[in-house]
Structures are given as structure tokens and as C-alpha cells.
Design a protein around this ligand. Structure first.
Ligand code: FUB
Length: 453
């Protein structure tokens, strides 16, 4: 089954190269089912905090059961690092039963993660580092139905928080769902874990869920997922104030290809360009897995027009430019990749994550690697119970030019790490690198990081 799914995903990736209208951007972090991204740009990286759809059963009836938040990040928008689970309920927050659709923000050197306890209240978790560990500072929800100003609200889903800090330092949290009059915004105090005054009611036509706020040229843009009557587009309203006077602006983006269901946007600016991270269901649909609760991340760009409207985003197969080439002469985490076939990740005993369940024929693609004047050696930290596995270093295609082969020697255990090296044929310029795994039957070895010399 595993190989069949990988074959189908591979087939899809091969096909989209020839079919410009095929689907949304390459799935980001395609080895995980992730959804509802919340974006934070910090220190030259964008971090996406996501609902963990790997926790949903693989059928179309079980509903959303996510209890953890997964973080992935990138500095170049093409190669993404999987940081794994950074917050989990009830383990890190005993009052909550679910953690959905998180939204991150940084203030005063601290990191805050807001999440929905399903649709039944909003919690906050804090950390001193973007990757956690996130802990519950309150021991109770930050916003619940009894919070002044939340009710009355007909059948409101009390979830999908998004926190925004205005230029004057005032923080606001937007949230709500399921009804035009069910948008709420509430001021947060400087500590970011307490509210200042009652929630204020806002209305948005066809409001369904996924509140997000961004500001450009002094205009406040409140974007949201519209309801199924409005094809679950990402629509927006704009205003000169963060809490009132919003008028409908149109669509930030239409229903993504290969989705046919809910969507959830995170809007962020990096290198002076606006992006929308979102989810669709291309990985599950391509692999013929029941797709409703198995979503995957995507990314595209959009622009603001000179008149203050938004030019509706185009979903592309590969429309986002790589912001910088990857330097292979510094340690690269094995779980940093642009695409993959067949691999999984897990917590690594040496810290962070490692790639695991590597089988014959699996591969990792790393995009836009700058070889400079050439590399002579490939070094990789691997862990293996037996010798016999290999890492082939190829460029441009999974079966592209072979630069060298690392023959993995036993390290005596799947978490016993050792750096091993092999020679490389010298290559100049910028290439996509494919690390292609070869060996016998079953799981071959684990892989933590690599580097060229
Ligand atoms: O992931 C669960 C829910 O689905 C989110 O809270 C909504 O935004 C929708 O994407």
C-alpha cells in the first residue's frame, strides 16, 4: 500500500510538470497531512503552525479529531523543515480536548500560539522559542462563551483565532464561525494572555470560518473563508479601522483545485511580497485516500492593487520563487525538503527530527542547491541496525546524474547516530539535489542531517 501511494504521489508530481492548469502549488511537507496554517515570520523564516490531520482516521465520516499542532518552517519558501509536534492537548494543556487551526505571534521575545478547543473555546500557549515547548499559562480558556461580547451568537463556532498586533502596539484577536454576524474581535493586553474589554461584533457576508487580519498601506484587511453557498472562497473586507467600518472587497482566492471542501488561509509578507498559505486535498485525492479529513499545505502569492483592492490570487503548480539558494556546505536537516517519496519523520534522540522508515527507492528532493565551485565529499548522520543501505546523491531528477553514493554502515541501532562520508564528483552551479535511498527489503536506516565539503 505504502509503495502504491508513493507511486501515485510521484505520478502526480511528474504530471503537474507538464500540465500548467493541473492543481495548486506543490504540496508543502507532503509526507504529513497538515491543515489550517497560521503563519509567523521571525528572524528570516516563516513558520506555519498547523492542525495535525495525521491524527484523523482515514475515512470521510469520523470528523476532525486533531489534538496537536505541527510546525514547519522555511527561509526560502521552497525547502521546508518539519519540526514535528510543538503542542499537544491534553498533554500540554489539561482543560482542552482538541487543538485546531492555530495562530502564532511573537511579542517581547516570547511566542504565543492561539488555538481552538474544537469549536468550544479558544486557548493560548506560550514558549520562549518558536519551536516550543509551548505550555498553558492560564489553566483555562482565554475566550469562552461566557466572555462578555461573545454571545449572543446563533450557532457560533467559537474557534479559528487570529491575533494581530497593530502599528501602535495594540493587539487584537479575531475569531468565530458559522454565520454572517458571528465574527468577533477582542483586544488583548500587552501580556497577550488576557483580554481587555468585551468582544466586539463584526459582520461579514457568507462568513464561515478562518478569520485572518493583515494590514497594508494603512488598510486593514479582514479575510475569511466564505460558506459553501459562496464556494468556500477566501473573501475579504477592508476598513480604516481594525474594529469597525469594514466593507466587502471580493475574493483573495477562489476554491483551490483538488479541494472541494473547507479552506483556511494564513496571509504573510516576506521579502516585500505577500503570500497565502492554505490547504487543499491534492495528496489524499491523488493517493485515493478518503480526502475530507486528510488535508495538505500549499502556498501561493498575491498582490494588492494601487486602489487598495486585492488581485485575486492564482493557484499555481510552482508559482512561488525560491527566495535564496540552499547552502550545502552547512548542515542541512534531513527533514528539510522540497518534495519526497516514501519517507516519514520522527523525533530524533540527537534533537529535532529525523527521517525514518526509509525503503528502497524512496527519495528526498532539495531545491536550488548552490554547489559554488564544487563539493568533493558528502557527509550524512545516519543510524542503522545493519549495513547495506545506500544514499545516492543525484542532481536535477530522481534518476539524474549520480555524483556519489554513501554506503551506510551499521551504527548498532536506529537512534545510534554516526556521521559517515563518501566522495562526490565535483559539480558547479545550482541544482536540485535528489537523495535517493537504495537497499534491500524493509526499513533501511534513519537519517538526521547531511552536508557537503
Ligand atoms: O480543521 C478544523 C476546522 O476546519 C478549522 O477550524 C476550520 O477553519 C476548518 O478548516
Amino acid at each position: 500500500m505504502k509503495n502504491r501511494i508513493h507511486f501515485l504521489v510521484l505520478l502526480f508530481l511528474a504530471l503537474i510538470g507538464f500540465t500548467p492548469k493541473a492543481s495548486a502549488d506543490y504540496p508543502i511537507v507532503s509526507h504529513r497531512f497538515l491543515a489550517d496554517p497560521g503563519a509567523m515570520v521571525s528572524n528570516g523564516r516563516v513558520y506555519l503552525y498547523c492542525s495535525n490531520d495525521d491524527e484523523n482516521p482515514g475515512d470521510d465520516r469520523s470528523g476532525y479529531q486533531m489534538k496537536s499542532i505541527v510546525c514547519v518552517s522555511s527561509s526560502d519558501l521552497k525547502n521546508w523543515t518539519d519540526h514535528g509536534i510543538v503542542f499537544e492537548v491534553p498533554k500540554n494543556c489539561s482543560w482542552a480536548a482538541r487543538s485546531w487551526a492555530p495562530s502564532p505571534i511573537e511579542r517581547d521575545g516570547k511566542f504565543f500560539l492561539y488555538f481552538g478547543n474544537g469549536g468550544n473555546g479558544i486557548g493560548v500557549a506560550t514558549a520562549n522559542n518558536p519551536l516550543g515547548p509551548f505550555v498553558d499559562p492560564l489553566g483555562k480558556p482565554l475566550v469562552e462563551n461566557s466572555t462578555p461580547g461573545v454571545q449572543p451568537a446563533r450557532n457560533m463556532w467559537l474557534f479559528d483565532p487570529m491575533t494581530f498586533i497593530d502599528d501602535d502596539g495594540q493587539a487584537y484577536m479575531y475569531f468565530g464561525g458559522n454565520g454572517d454576524d458571528n465574527v468577533r474581535v477582542i483586544k488583548l493586553n500587552r501580556d497577550m494572555i488576557s483580554v481587555d474589554g468585551p468582544a466586539i461584533k463584526l459582520s461579514a457576508q457568507n462568513f464561515f470560518e478562518a478569520s485572518w487580519m493583515h494590514k497594508e498601506n494603512g488598510i486593514y484587511y479582514f479575510s475569511y473563508s466564505a460558506n459553501p453557498r459562496a464556494q468556500m472562497r477566501i473573501d475579504y473586507m477592508k476598513s480604516n479601522s481594525p474594529t469597525s467600518g469594514f466593507t466587502y472587497g471580493g475574493a483573495v482566492s477562489n476554491q483551490p483545485p483538488l479541494n472541494d471542501n473547507n479552506n483556511h488561509q494564513a496571509i504573510f509578507k516576506m521579502n516585500n511580497q505577500w503570500y497565502q498559505a492554505y490547504h487543499n486535498r491534492v495528496v489524499a485525492k491523488t493517493a485515493k485516500i478518503a480526502p475530507v479529513y486528510k488535508r495538505n499545505l500549499c502556498l501561493d502569492m498575491f498582490k494588492h492593487n494601487p486602489d487598495g483592492t486585492i488581485e485575486t490570487m492564482k493557484n499555481t503548480v510552482d508559482g512561488v520563487a525560491q527566495l535564496s539558494n540552499l547552502n550545502p556546505f552547512e548542515r542541512v536537516e534531513a527533514e528539510t525538503m522540497n518534495a519526497q517519496s516514501g519517507i516519514y519523520t520522527e523525533i530524533c534522540s540527537a534533537g529535532g527530527m529525523n527521517v525514518c522508515k526509509i525503503e528502497n527507492g524512496d527519495w528526498i528532493k532539495v531545491r536550488g542547491v548552490d554547489f559554488g565551485k564544487g563539493a568533493k565529499k558528502f557527509e550524512a548522520s545516519v543510524a542503522s541496525v545493519a549495513s547495506g543501505g545506500k544514499i545516492e546523491v543525484r542532481i536535477d531528477e530522481p534518476n539524474g546524474k549520480l555524483l556519489g553514493t554513501l554506503k551506510v554502515k551499521s551504527t548498532g541501532g536506529l537512534q545510534n547516530w554516526a556521521a559517515q562520508t563518501s566522495k562526490l564528483k565535483s559539480t558547479n552551479g545550482v541544482h536540485d539535489v535528489y537523495l535517493v535511498f537504495k537497499g534491500g527489503e524493509g526499513s533501511l536506516f534513519n537519517f538526521d542531517w547531511w552536508k557537503m565539503n
